[in-house]
Design a protein around this ligand. Sequence first.
Ligand SMILES: [Zn+2]
Length: 278
Amino acid sequence: MTITQRLTERFLSENTTTVCAIEHKLKYQLLEEFKTSEPELCFALLPLAASLAHVPLSGFSVGAIVKGLSGTLYFGANMEFSESAIGQTIHAEQAAFNNAWMNGETGISDIFVSASPCGHCRQFLNEITTSKELNVWVKGKPGSKLTSLLPEDFGPQDLGVHTALMANKSTEGHSELESALSRSYSPYTHSPSAVVLTMKDGTQYAGAYAENAAFNPSLPPLQSALIMCLLHGNQLADVSDVLLTENKGNKVKHGQITKLLCSVILPNATFHQVEDFK
Ligand SMILES: [Zn+2]
């Protein structure tokens, strides 16, 4: 039996909830149990991450795993949405990053993927706090640095920005919306924004806007929240409410497009918006 088969059996038999992260301590137990290296463990876990994909357009599931600075491993998978523009698609690397970010990580040290990240993801990852040290591990190849995969990069430094994605500390002890809004990163347009999805059973998933120096690879707040919702094994039909917040004075506004996208992909959800949320 391969490590992947043993891991699948273990997680499917021991957990009733979907596994989308493996904490530091459990990771060391698994490394000991399977007598393997961290990259090999992560490559063996990639099919489990890929099983969380939502791919009604391509039918092609992709998994990615990132290691946060705490040592915890976070799963990600690609996500597509029927009957909406293809640009709304989320790549597995973005989903894994977002999982770490929404769980309070302030950087990622490593990313594990089955094929080399596309140009969009290289540009996206170039925005994070640890971009200059980030190790990219592609199955079957030696590890490399993001900096070697993105030579002559265009990034925050070219626009005089000296902060980075994942640097914003979350407001602890407040609502999910406030916590997500405090993480939102928009140093180019100063337009923070966040979304909270509420499920039929009351569970909430928050997401924040992550802007990029090259603009187009930015991650909208709805997508950020949808990543967390889908990685936890939910169905889009079970989202009952969508709450978006952004400021009246924001130069970038997500209200219209979020409302429209919700009406297409979240058939049972009611859209709400609050401005200047405090
Ligand atoms: Zn990509």
